[in-house]
Every structure is written in C-alpha cells, then in structure tokens.
Design a protein around this ligand. Structure first.
Ligand code: PRP
Ligand code: MN
Ligand code: MG
Length: 179
C-alpha cells in the first residue's frame, strides 16, 4: 500500500465488482438508445474508463471540466465551465459519470444545464457518495459506496493532484495534509 494511505476504504476488487454490477444495469437501461456518457474531469477518468467497458451497448463518450468558485468561507455555489462538451445533448439520453458527490453542487449545476439544453434524460452514476457533505439537494441514480467525512483519495480522487492513479480508494494520513 502507498505510504501516505492510512487505510483502504474500497478495494480494487470491490470497485471491479460494483463496476460490473452497474454495467449490467446500464446495459439493460440503455439497450434501445445510444447514450451520451459524460465523464467529469479529472476525478471521473478511472471510473469512466472501467465502467464503459462493462456497458455492452453502443454509446458515445464525452468529457466536461468544471470548477467550483468560492472558498469555504464564501461558498457561492457557482460552477464555472472550464471545458464544455463537444456534443449537443438535445434529445440525448445523458449519463453523467462521477467519482464522488460531496456538496452536490457540481452535479446539481450539470443536471440543470443538460435539462436546459433539452437532453431527453439525465442520469447520474457515481462511485462514491459522501452524504454528510451535502449542501444542496441532489441524489445519484446509482451510487456505489457511501464514504464517511474523511479525506479520501485514489481511483480518481486527488489531494493536490496526487493519488488519482491508486487502484483503490483510501483514507489519507493526517500528517500528509497537516504538514
Ligand atoms: C471533485 C469531485 C467531484 C466534485 C464533487 O472534483 O471529483 O467532481 O469535486 O464535489 P461537490 O459535490 O461538492 O461539487 P474537483 O472539483 O476537485 O475536480 P477534480 O475532479 O479535477 O479533482
Ligand atoms: Mn471532479
Ligand atoms: Mg479534486
């Protein structure tokens, strides 16, 4: 295990099993359409890559990069588009893929944006959900694992851009972010 990790929360085996489970459900759900699967950079990249390989219907992939404005003090809840989709979502069945839902602001903004752009349907699949972090009302259609209010990294989740490449989700040692 990586030296900065205190404990593994979700192992690579558990992630693989959940990904297959979601893949089977989504294969059935999108069998009559060609969904647009949207990964939210950068955190969603590992999950997106593994998940789409378990969805056994034709699909299209695209990516969007957004960033939240405002620090913890002035939590404006505003979201800025850093990189928009290359695809028109009008009339499309959109599946948003995320690594984690925390406050819910990122996804609330995106769901509303895609509805405004006249997507036919908008659903959310997330590997992790941190319900204690919620600041707005937002639930995923499919959420893999609930995580406690701790500093989690790995499988897409970063601390100062590191640890995204770990094949599992773990809790970061306090000494790493306290030093
Ligand atoms: C993280 C995470 C989600 C979002 C969740 O991304 O990957 O996209 O925050 O937080 P929220 O529910 O409070 O909106 P971040 O903005 O850190 O960018 P990154 O994916 O590039 O790390
Ligand atoms: Mn993200
Ligand atoms: Mg981040």
């Amino acid at each position: 295990m990586e030296k900065d990790i205190k404990k593994v929360l979700v192992s690579r085996e558990e992630i693989a099993q959940k990904t297959q489970e979601f893949g089977a459900i989504l294969t059935e759900e999108y069998k009559d359409t060609m969904p647009l699967v949207v990964g939210i950079l950068k955190g969603a990249v590992p999950f997106m890559a593994d998940l789409v390989r378990e969805i056994k219907v034709p699909l299209e992939m695209d990516f969007m990069d957004v960033s939240s404005y405002g620090d913890a003090l002035v939590s404006s809840g505003e979201v800025k588009i850093v990189k928009d989709l290359n695809t028109n979502v009008m009339g499309r069945d959109v599946l948003i893929v995320e690594d984690i839902i925390d406050s819910g602001r990122t996804l609330k903004y995106l769901v509303e944006l895609f509805i405004y752009r006249q997507a036919k349907s908008v659903k959310i699949v997330t590997l992790l959900d941190k319900p204690e972090g919620r600041a707005v009302e937002l639930e995923a259609d499919y959420a893999g694992f609930l995580v406690p209010n701790e500093f989690v990294v790995g499988y897409g989740l970063d601390y100062k851009e590191n640890y995204r490449h770990l094949p599992y989700v773990g809790v970061l040692k306090e000494e790493v972010y306290e030093s």
